[in-house]
Ligand binder design. Structure first.
Ligand SMILES: [Zn+2]
Length: 83
């Protein structure tokens, strides 16, 4: 097995990892709720991807939380339609 010959200093390690991060420009606004979403991923807020519902966001919530989330989503849709 290959073993590193020298210890890698922290600054060198961090310098390499400087380029491994998500840039701010890679997000887009969700078509349904308008929240910023990473491109090519499902919106975690409303569970839609390209206009279709992929995951049921309400399923894992309690009944009380479901009602508040439903209201929240409706308000977001209404505010988007007005724009
Ligand atoms: Zn959304």
């Amino acid at each position: 097995m290959a073993v590193p010959k020298h210890r890698r200093p922290k600054f060198r390690q961090r310098n390499t990892r400087m380029h491994i991060y998500i840039k701010a420009g890679s997000t887009r606004a969700c078509g349904k709720c308008g929240k910023p979403v990473l491109s090519h991923t499902i919106c975690q807020n409303c569970g839609t991807y390209r206009g279709k519902e992929m995951i049921n966001v309400l399923a894992r919530l309690s009944k009380r939380d479901q009602k508040t989330k439903e209201k929240e989503l409706k308000n977001q849709e209404v505010s988007l339609e007005q724009k």
